[in-house]
Design a protein around this ligand. Structure first.
Ligand code: CTP
Length: 397
């Protein structure tokens, strides 16, 4: 019973689908959740607070104050009490207010005070759902980390047929349960992640580096931590920060430093995700003084760096999983499979520099995941935060 004792704030807005929110509240309570309803003024035109409070056993909250005794309802307390907020049905107006911080009713102030994840189940007419403002506002909510439960297609209150009907309460409960199951899916796991480029020093002011931004590795670290894992993030020089308390970050500069940190931390992890773009070579010797211009040419002698993935592949125990990356420009699948075997990886994430929007510096990526048995899964171009979810779902669960 994943919902047992979970505190759920159910936000109800002014849509004909509000009547379904009563079944939703009942189903959540049957699953063992405690439900606190917050309803907008127009929501009350569609379903009465008496019906709802009879179902949940808690007074429905709608106004900032109770008119007769002046009791103040604290949206801040609700934000702290909740393990999740579900807005179902969510009208176009409420979605627009949520996206833009128009805090003119109790539901929106509660939403803006929410510390817990928020799921949103839109309900509206097909033309309103298809309107670019709705599309934009839903994208904004996604960018806040809210989860949108897509509406179904079917007959709408207007008798028109199309997409906009609030998802059925049973399916909303399914999404809520899946959210909690996924969120805890890596609890008690420890995961090592390498990210970013390495800098190989030439002299005190110059280095050999690459274009890696570290965004993919940091997105993976955030997502693993969000799912309850303890993360050791070994980061090359990047201008990114990570906020999650489950992430311990070790900053390194060179491939050698990354090698030392990775091999020292590998023993007690359950999985390693090797996302860093490690320089294959370094100058044989870094000059301690700035190299001056002399003659027409400068020749640097480079020596190979140690292969971190290959070394961890040798150290790997039966219970440990290793995921590597391959950024290729040609013979993609053959090169990736070769790396998978050579480094004793369990999976390799392939991205091609030939795909627009994939690879270094950008916020999106287009990947394929290959495993040791020759299976290949191809994914669409997506934001790196979404790509991180696909990688974790495919390789770690
Ligand atoms: N890798 C590593 N240590 C290195 C080089 C690579 O851990 N010194 C890891 C990368 O983090 C990645 C995988 O190995 O997960 C493949 O990296 P890539 O640079 O593509 O592999 P190389 O073996 O260096 O192959 P290439 O000749 O294509 O550079």
């Amino acid at each position: 019973m994943v919902l047992k004792n979970k505190h759920i704030v159910l936000g109800i807005t002014g849509s004909i689908a509000a009547y379904k929110a009563a079944s939703l509240a009942r189903l959540l309570i049957k699953e063992g959740a405690e439900v606190q309803i917050v309803i907008t003024p127009s929501g009350k035109e569609f379903i009465t607070p008496v019906t709802l409070s009879a179902l949940t056993g808690k007074a429905v909250v709608s106004e900032f104050f109770t008119a007769n005794d002046g009791t103040w309802h604290s949206h801040v307390d609700l934000g702290l009490w909740a393990d999740m907020m579900v807005v179902a049905p969510a009208t176009a107006a409420t979605i627009g207010k949520m996206a833009n911080g128009i805090a003119d009713n109790m539901l929106i102030t509660t939403y803006m005070s929410m510390k817990a994840p928020v799921l949103v189940a839109p309900a509206m007419d097909l033309d309103m759902f298809a309107h670019p403002s709705t599309t934009r506002n839903l994208d904004i909510l996604r960018s806040y980390g809210n989860v949108i439960i897509e509406p179904a297609s079917g007959e709408l209150a207007s008798h028109l047929i199309g997409k906009g009907r609030m998802e059925e309460p049973e399916n909303i409960v399914k999404s809520i349960k899946e959210y909690f199951e996924k969120r805890d899916s890596l609890s008690k796991k420890k995961i090592l992640i390498t990210a970013g480029p390495t800098y190989e020093k030439i002299d005190p002011v110059r280095f050999i580096g690459n274009y890696s931004s570290g965004k993919m590795g940091f997105a993976l670290a955030e997502e693993c931590a969000n799912r309850g894992a303890e993360v050791v993030l070994i980061a090359g020089p990047v201008s990114l920060s990570c906020k999650h308390p489950n992430i311990s970050r070790i900053n390194v500069e060179s491939a050698d430093e990354m090698y030392e940190a990775a091999t020292a931390n590998f023993k007690d992890v359950d999985a390693a995700i090797l996302c860093a773009a490690v320089a294959d070579f370094r100058p044989v010797e870094a000059s301690d003084k700035k190299i001056k211009r002399q003659g027409d040419n400068l020749t640097l002698t480079l020596v190979p760096n140690k292969d971190i993935a290959a070394r961890l592949g040798e150290m790997k125990q039966e219970h440990q999983k290793m995921i590597g990356f391959a950024l290729e420009t040609n013979d993609e699948e053959r090169n990736a499979t070769d790396k998978l075997r050579r480094k004793n990886l369990d999976y390799i994430v392939l991205n091609s520099l030939n795909d627009a929007g994939a690879g270094f510096k950008v916020d999106t990526n287009k990947i394929s995941i290959l495993d040791r048995s020759g299976n290949r899964v191809d994914f669409q171009l997506k934001p790196k935060a979404e790509v991180a979810k696909d990688i974790i779902d495919t390789t770690l669960l």
